[in-house]
Write a protein that binds this ligand. Structure first.
Ligand SMILES: Nc1ncnc2c1ncn2[C@@H]1O[C@H](COP(=O)(O)OP(=O)(O)OP(=O)(O)O)[C@@H](O)[C@H]1O
Ligand SMILES: [Mg+2]
Length: 265
């Protein structure tokens, strides 16, 4: 198994508030990890640390075996990791992220939105960027919208463009932070389907979602985050159907739209 991402003892504090309290996680190539947990448990912070939108306060993050940041000795005798912007720019090309709010450039056509990163960050040619953008728009079923402006698209279509935009950077891992939470219910399915197809094609992913039924069907492994720690982890059956921990049970009880699958065993 080839680890794409390895996190060791990750801590993140904002001032005196310690949000992540020692996270250990390995994501192997082609694996889909789903992160669930109550509001404020640190899910977004964890994803944001993985692509260094937030800098870890402590701990190590390895991407494809490479430990990120440089160790620096402090006057106190302790060592700290420091992160240089040039390194982080490279990392961000390896880690694709899709947020709740899609933030497409409103003044650019769909095709241009998807071409922008490969052109300006990866510096590939206009022609190649265009081919690549079309290829990924096709993947999310929106090649026919390439010449539209985002405002002319539904929320679900816009979110699929945002997915294509992240894919066009050809990242090693994709992170989804509640990618369907801002959508009208009837538009959720098409975005979940696009994510499911990525999984079937072997994309490595970490997904934060409140859609427990989706989590069950897509995850290789579920992590339940509680108060900044991984409180329970396992297969979808272990965590969602037969949770051991009281907190997990309480959390799932609050998501009663999830029908526990019937098992013949
Ligand atoms: N930049 C920041 N500065 C200060 N506090 C922050 C910052 N970002 C997050 N927090 C705090 O960290 C805690 C965890 O937030 P986070 O957004 O990671 O939770 P979450 O699990 O994603 O919640 P939700 O389900 O509501 O999205 C919260 O108490 C939040 O207020
Ligand atoms: Mg969040």
């Amino acid at each position: 198994m080839e680890p794409i991402l390895k996190i060791e003892d990750l801590h993140k504090s904002f001032g005196r508030l310690e949000v992540l309290k020692g996270i250990d996680l390995t994501v192997n190539k082609g694996e889909t990890i789903v992160l669930i947990g109550s509001s404020g448990s640190g899910k977004s912070t964890l994803l944001r640390c993985v692509n260094f939108l937030e800098l870890p306060s402590q701990g190590c993050i390895y991407l494809k075996g490479i430990l990120q940041g440089t160790e620096k000795s402090m006057k106190s005798g302790k060592t700290n990791r420091v992160y240089h912007e040039s390194q982080l720019c490279k990392v961000r090309t390896q880690v694709g992220m899709v947020f709740q709010h899609f933030n497409l450039f409103p003044h650019m056509k769909v095709l241009e939105n998807v071409m922008e990163g490969p052109k300006t960050v990866l510096r590939i040619s206009q022609k190649e960027a265009e081919q690549r953008a079309l290829q990924y728009l096709e993947k999310v079923g929106l090649a026919d919208k390439s010449q539209s402006y985002p405002a002319r698209l539904s929320g679900g279509q816009q979110q699929r463009v945002a997915i294509a935009r992240a894919l066009a950077m050809e990242p090693d891992i994709m992170l989804f932070d509640e990618a369907t939470s801002a959508l009208d219910p009837e538009l959720v399915g098409e975005v979940l389907l696009a994510i499911k197809e990525l999984r079937d094609e072997g994309m490595t992913m970490i997904i934060v979602t409140h859609e427990i039924g989706f989590a069950y069907s897509v995850a290789d492994k579920i992590l339940f985050l509680h108060h900044g720690k991984i409180h329970e982890a396992g297969t979808p059956d272990e965590v969602l159907v037969r949770p051991k921990e009281q907190r997990t049970k309480e959390f799932l009880a609050g998501h009663n739209q999830f029908q526990i699958p019937q098992h013949s065993e």
